[in-house]
Design a protein around this ligand. Structure first.
Ligand SMILES: Cc1cc2nc3c(=O)[nH]c(=O)nc-3n(C[C@H](O)[C@H](O)[C@H](O)COP(=O)(O)OP(=O)(O)OC[C@H]3O[C@@H](n4cnc5c(N)ncnc54)[C@H](O)[C@@H]3O)c2cc1C
Length: 359
């Protein structure tokens, strides 16, 4: 049994803590913020779970499976439906009329024919520009899900399980520096341990280990807003493929998610200055969700967030000689986004036994 200290209580930190505990290790989690969940959280305001950009759960992906495994009551989920998703300039992602177009769509989905515009657009949008076929197929087959509890419902379920097995999560504990088998906290404390697992996102990990290999990311601006109006009507979302922007109404996708009105979650991903990107997203919303600004109940805007790595990722054990392992969606695994984070956590936990213990 090793003493394992996990830095960060986002989905990677929570899932690696669980995996390490299942393998018999003694685990503690440190989180710098006052709340857990990281980028995958949402905050309940007047019954509206205001999140941090649109998040869709891959049905039967690693995260969905993990959550189902630890849940006594199954999470209530409903899918994003391609026939209610408008692609600007093209029409609905899944045309239902005329019959000819509907049949062509079905055939293209079966063959995953990238000549068909809906398949191209789905490839692009289902994984925020990463062109991941698994997620694209999931979108086209109504297998990208929205949870009634909001994305933080996932985090809550993992946190309850950690609590039940006695894994402490200390919030307000910022790790400032790491040495071999030792972490230093911002409040002056230091903790000795056998294995340190960095689950704090790439940017923070790079600050703590400056010689980590470089990783480039898809970045985005987001707007999340609760409204007392329904400016998208019955549509689940509107996609602007040329400009990499989208607005979704999570309340239309899962009516149980909010008490009334709309819960819009909008994203603009890609290159460019973050100020301009966020301004463009607001303009897009003015145009496509007319009047939204006069119906705001609660709102969150993010100028610049990392969605996922593009290209190469880092092996979980590159810093093993210093007693450090890594996890996150930027660490090597077969999956992407939070499924990548959960899958990387499983792989990382398997490496704990191969690590040198503190002398
Ligand atoms: C706009 C957007 C859309 C997305 N859409 C999807 C989607 O549709 N489907 C999907 O599966 N995934 C999606 N993702 C990706 C998903 O949100 C992330 O992969 C996942 O949340 C990453 O979790 P993490 O735990 O690795 O990192 P984070 O969530 O960043 O968590 C890191 C944690 O570490 C803490 N921390 C940082 N530094 C320190 C320190 N020094 N000391 C202590 N604690 C520290 C932070 O406070 C944070 O809580 C999306 C992401 C974004 C931004």
């Amino acid at each position: 049994m090793a003493r394992v200290l996990v830095v960060g209580a986002g989905l990677s930190g929570l899932s690696v803590a669980m995996e390490a505990s299942v393998r018999g290790h003694h685990v503690v989690v440190l989180e710098k913020r006052s709340t857990i969940g990281g980028r995958a959280s949402s905050e309940l305001r007047d019954g509206f779970p205001i999140g941090y950009g649109p998040h869709f759960l891959l049905k039967k992906g690693p995260l969905h499976q993990l959550v189902r495994k630890v849940s006594k009551v199954k999470p209530s989920v409903l899918p994003l439906r391609p026939h209610r998703l408008e692609i600007l300039g093209t029409g609905m992602m899944q045309p239902r009329k005329p019959m000819k177009d509907a049949a062509l769509f079905r055939r293209a989905v079966k063959a995953h024919d990238l000549e068909h515009p809906s398949i191209q657009n789905s490839d692009y949008f289902a994984s925020w520009g990463l062109n991941n076929e698994l997620r694209s197929r999931a979108l086209l087959n109504s297998n990208l899900l929205v949870m009634k509890e909001g994305w933080s419902g996932l985090v809550g379920r993992l946190a309850v399980t950690l609590d039940e097995v006695g894994i402490p999560i200390e919030t307000g504990a910022r790790v400032e520096k790491i040495e071999k088998h030792k972490v230093h906290l911002a409040d002056g404390r230091h903790v000795e341990t056998d294995v340190i697992i960095l689950a704090c996102g790439y940017g923070q990990a790079k600050k703590l280990i400056p010689d980590l290999p470089a990783v480039s990311f898809v970045t985005a601006s987001t707007v999340d807003v609760a409204l007392d109006a329904t400016p998208l009507g019955e549509r689940h979302g509107i996609l602007d493929v040329e400009r990499s922007m989208a607005i979704f109404d999570l309340k239309q996708i899962h009516p149980g998610i909010a008490p009334s009105g709309a819960l819009l979650s909008a994203v603009h991903f890609g290159e460019g200055k973050s100020e301009n990107r966020l301004a463009e997203l607001n303009q897009f919303m003015d145009l496509r969700a007319p009047g939204w600004k006069s119906h705001i109940l609660h709102e969150r805007q993010q100028k610049n967030v990392k969605i996922a790595p593009k290209g190469g990722r880092v092996a979980c054990n590159v810093a093993r000689k210093d007693g450090i392992l890594l996890t996150g969606a930027w660490v090597e695994s077969e999956h992407i986004l939070s499924d990548g984070a959960v899958e990387a956590s499983r792989i990382t936990a398997e490496h704990i036994n191969k690590m040198p213990l503190q002398q």
